[in-house]
Design a protein around this ligand. Structure first.
Ligand code: AVJ
Length: 321
């Protein structure tokens, strides 16, 4: 007989923290243990991620920024005037600035992000720099669904950073299909990290300064801060590796010793070497991504790649049916 133990969470926790608590406990009860990478991004996690983006080993951000800088004019021409830009996982909104600067009179900018406090800060800064642009931040976990206000202009999705890589191929397909629905006939500009030398991929997720390790461990720090858990982050190792067979980086937190942790009234036990899988980051070939996009009902119309073939940006339009 299987018994389901209920998760006891403090009713006073805000809804976002209740989601985190329930998913964390369920993920730690499961085998293999796993937690969704979306929970990295509290205010501190978003700040650590911004530091990752500056690391010498972490090529994706600077490569994508260079692509946006170089080709923003072509992208803007394909997008057309008067568009309403919906950004999925907007973070610091740094990349969209390059796009907004090239667009002719964007109608409105809707940054969607799971980290609400971080989002509002970024929206304020953007308003200051783009007077006249309507900015409507939406604090939401779009993996759970998204309700957008009525469109003011032709909708265009912006999904940079290769966040699509966090989803396994089946989930990525469903997410792109749902995005097509939210965009209601509009196109999608999406950044995708590419398959490359495993050593370079390994280095990008194992930086010398240990920022990625701190980002990974922040999940435990966040659980302590937000849920009153008692993880000792120093008792977990950051472990990240590239698995070429499935073309993905896997990130784990590996228990350094036998230990137990209390989380929302539940005792969680780890043996030395037990791992919590915290992230997948899938890498694509250009063809592989185009196939995924077509399967989701999009037609790939344009694609920009840097000279080293490190990173790609794809312009997808809904396929005619
Ligand atoms: C934001 C999901 C694109 O997978 O490269 C960076 C997150 N994790 N270093 C990535 C991340 C560790 C990043 N994405």
């Amino acid at each position: 007989m299987t018994t389901t133990r209920l998760v006891q969470v403090t009713p006073a926790l805000p809804p976002a923290s209740i989601d985190f608590a329930c998913d964390l406990i369920a993920g730690l009860r499961a085998r293999p243990r796993s937690v969704s990478p979306k929970y990295f991004y509290d205010a501190e996690g978003s700040r650590l991620f911004d530091l990752i983006c500056e690391l010498p080993e972490y090529y994706p951000t600077r490569t994508e920024l260079a692509l946006l800088q170089r080709h923003a004019g072509e992208m803007a021409a394909l997008i057309g005037p008067g568009a309403e830009i919906v950004e999925f996982g907007a973070g610091a909104s740094r990349k969209v600035r390059l796009l907004l600067a090239a667009l002719r009179t964007p109608r409105r900018y809707l940054p969607v992000d799971i980290s609400g406090e971080y989002l509002d800060e970024a929206a304020q800064a953007l308003r200051a720099d783009h007077p006249g642009l309507e900015v409507l931040p939406l604090a939401a976990d779009f993996t759970r669904g998204l309700t957008l206000p009525p469109a003011l202009g032709r909708r265009v999705g912006f999904f940079p950073g290769s966040s699509i890589g966090n989803f396994d191929p089946g989930e990525a397909l469903r997410l792109l299909q749902r995005m097509a629905g939210w965009l209601d006939g509009g196109g999608l500009l999406v950044g995708v990290d590419l398959v490359k030398d495993p050593q370079r991929l390994h280095a990008a997720y194992n930086d010398a300064q240990g920022v990625t390790a701190a980002f990974n461990r922040n999940l435990l720090v966040r659980a302590n801060r937000e849920l009153g858990a008692d993880f000792d982050p120093a008792r977990f190792d950051h472990y990240a590796f590239y698995e070429p067979v499935v073309q993905r980086i896997e990130m784990h937190l590996v228990s350094r010793c036998a230990q137990s942790v209390t989380l929302c009234g539940e005792r969680i036990v780890f043996d030395a070497g037990d791992t919590v899988h915290t992230e997948n980051s899938y890498k694509y070939t250009l063809d592989g991504f185009a196939r995924l996009a077509r399967a989701a009902g999009f037609e790939p119309q344009a694609c920009w790649v840097d000279a080293e073939h490190d990173f790609s940006v794809h312009w997808l339009v809904p396929a005619r049916t």
